[in-house]
Structures are given as structure tokens and as C-alpha cells.
Write a protein that binds this ligand. Structure first.
Ligand code: BDR
Ligand code: CA
Length: 303
């Protein structure tokens, strides 16, 4: 399966990219970057660093600096650390970004790999909305869009109502839900059922000292955040769960519904079922233990 991950790395993004590198059924052809957990230049630098570490020479196309209708962004430093990788703040700036901006690259790749390309969006949906706006054929050229975002049947994480990726750019999310490609939504409804605990990270680091060890090191900050905010020993495998859904949708229970996004007020970013918009598949339940187990089995095969 040809896959592009649209990402804001980001601790759980780094885990998702490592998973994609390890999964034999995934052919990761590139990354596109977006603001979100970090500023976009940090997302791109972190993406290039990870690809080098994973020995995957594929392009990184940089995308949106901020949300539709805004000209600034406040990164989630309290969740992902000042540079996106927790307490690890010295991140080499390796190689260069692809010459095309993310939306153009996505449009071209969807055209080139007609109906075969899967895009897994694990940050704000700005680049995806830009690609839909740039090319009216983008949605029909794409094989599938799998989104980590939203909280349809349960409370959010940035507020009682909203999940972070949708909250960062509600206008772009609304635009995607109005004219979606074939889409699967992997929201907090399922990603909070895939908790990765400190003991899981210890095992990962033991069996995969280089990659697992790095993921374990950057995750200490993330685990502290979950402990402080939710009293949990463990963090959601948010972005990895979405990448796993790209190839293992049978592990999820889905319901078909259109969605709309609340734009303003205290419920800004809330994802609400709306029959006026085209139906997408929303993941409602998952066997979390199987997702955690698959993630560990795959990533421990890395050095
Ligand atoms: C999502 O928000 C980001 O902080 C994570 O990387 C993930 O994509 C979870 O709400
Ligand atoms: Ca992310």
C-alpha cells in the first residue's frame, strides 16, 4: 500500500512514522508536514531527522504554517516539548525539504498513483483542505484518506468537546468533511483505547535499542503529561492507531455518518454527526490490546 503521512512530529507522530517504516505491507513514499504540535519548520526538521534515523530516503514536503483564517500558531509545547520531541531538544537539521509545497505534492502523488494512494493525516487538516481546493480531482484520485482527529462519541482532549487536530483548524476540517475523498476517521473514540504504558516503552527500548530506545526517550515527557493531566500511566497511540487503520481497518468497528465541525465558542472544534454532509466511516470501537500488540511486534523488528 502506497502511503503518505501528513504529520506534525510530535512524539506520537514519531511512533507512527516508525511503525510505517516497519510494516511490511506499507510502502511509505513520503511525508508532508503541517503546523500543530510544533511550528511547521520544526515538524519538517523532525520529519527529516526521523527518516534519516529510519534509513528511509523519501521526500518531506512542507505544508501549512497556520490554520485557515489565521496568521499565527501556538505550538503544543506542554504536550510535546519545546522542539516536538519532549526533553530531546538537540535535533540535527538534516537534508532539505522537497521542492514542492505539501498540497502540490499531495495533488501530484494522488494523480500519479491514481486510486492507489492512501494519505494518513495525523495533524491539523490544513494541507488536505489545501489539496482539495487546489485540485477538484484530488478527492477522486485518492485511494483513501485516513484521519487521526475528532472525538465523535466521547469528550475531547483540548477541551471537553474538541480533539487537538480538529481544534487547530476547524475551517479546514469542515472543508474536508464537506467534500471528502473516501475517508476513515480515527478519533479519540478509539485512540484512547490504545494506551501505551511505561512498561511497554521499556520493553520496546530493550528489544529495539536504537529506534525503540529513541521513541522511549522522547516519550518520557509525553508520559509525564498524561500522568499530570489524566492520572494515566500511559499515552494514547493516537497517530500509530490511524496508520494501523490504513491497513487493518478490520480491527475497528465503524459507523457511517457525515460530520460537521463547530467553528466558534466553547465547543469550537467539536465533531458532530451531520446527515447533510457526505458519509465517512467513523471508528467507534477497537480491540486496543491488539493494536498495542501489533505496534510492538512491528517496531521491535527495527534496530
Ligand atoms: C493528536 O494531537 C496531537 O497532539 C497528536 O500528535 C495527535 O495527532 C491527538 O489529539
Ligand atoms: Ca500528530
Amino acid at each position: 500500500m502506497k502511503l503518505i503521512i501528513d504529520t506534525d512530529p510530535g512524539i506520537d507522530d514519531a511512533m507512527a512514522i516508525a511503525y510505517a517504516a516497519a510494516a511490511p505491507e506499507i510502502d511509505l513514499i513520503g511525508l508532508t508536514t503541517v503546523f500543530g504540535n510544533t511550528l511547521v519548520h520544526q515538524s519538517s526538521r523532525n520529519a527529516r531527522f526521523l527518516l534519516d534515523k529510519l534509513n528511509l530516503p523519501v521526500p518531506v514536503a512542507e505544508g501549512a504554517h497556520w490554520a485557515w483564517g489565521r496568521d499565527f500558531h501556538d505550538p503544543s509545547v506542554h504536550v510535546h516539548g519545546p522542539e516536538g520531541f519532549g526533553d530531546v531538544t538537540e535535533i540535527p537539521d538534516l537534508d532539505q525539504n522537497h521542492h514542492q509545497p505539501a498540497a502540490e505534492y499531495l495533488v501530484d502523488m494522488a494523480r500519479q498513483h491514481k486510486k492507489e494512494l492512501v494519505v494518513c493525516a495525523v495533524g491539523p487538516l490544513t494541507n488536505i483542505a489545501d489539496a482539495i481546493r487546489l485540485d477538484p480531482q484530488f478527492a477522486s484520485n485518492l485511494g483513501r484518506l485516513v484521519i487521526m482527529g475528532g472525538a465523535v462519541f466521547r469528550p475531547g482532549n483540548v477541551s471537553e468537546f474538541a480533539e487537538a487536530n480538529i481544534h487547530h483548524d476547524p475551517l479546514a476540517a469542515q472543508a474536508v468533511f464537506e467534500t471528502p475523498p473516501e475517508t476513515v476517521l480515527v478519533g479519540l473514540d478509539v485512540t484512547l483505547q490504545t494506551l501505551y504504558r511505561s512498561a511497554d516503552f521499556e520493553a520496546l527500548a530493550r528489544q529495539s535499542p536504537e529506534i525503540g530506545g529513541f521513541l522511549s526517550e522522547i516519550s518520557e515527557f509525553y508520559l509525564r503529561f498524561y500522568q499530570d493531566v489524566a492520572g494515566e500511566d500511559g499515552c494514547g497511540l493516537h497517530d500509530s492507531t490511524a496508520v494501523i487503520a490504513c491497513s487493518h481497518e478490520h480491527m475497528f468497528e465503524t459507523v457511517e455518518t457525515g460530520l460537521r465541525v463547530v467553528q466558534d465558542g466553547p465547543k469550537r472544534g467539536q465533531t458532530i454527526p451531520d446527515p447533510e454532509n457526505p458519509p465517512i466511516r467513523v471508528c467507534r470501537d477497537v480491540d486496543g490490546a491488539s493494536v498495542v500488540d501489533l505496534f510492538t511486534r512491528r517496531v521491535t523488528a527495527l534496530p
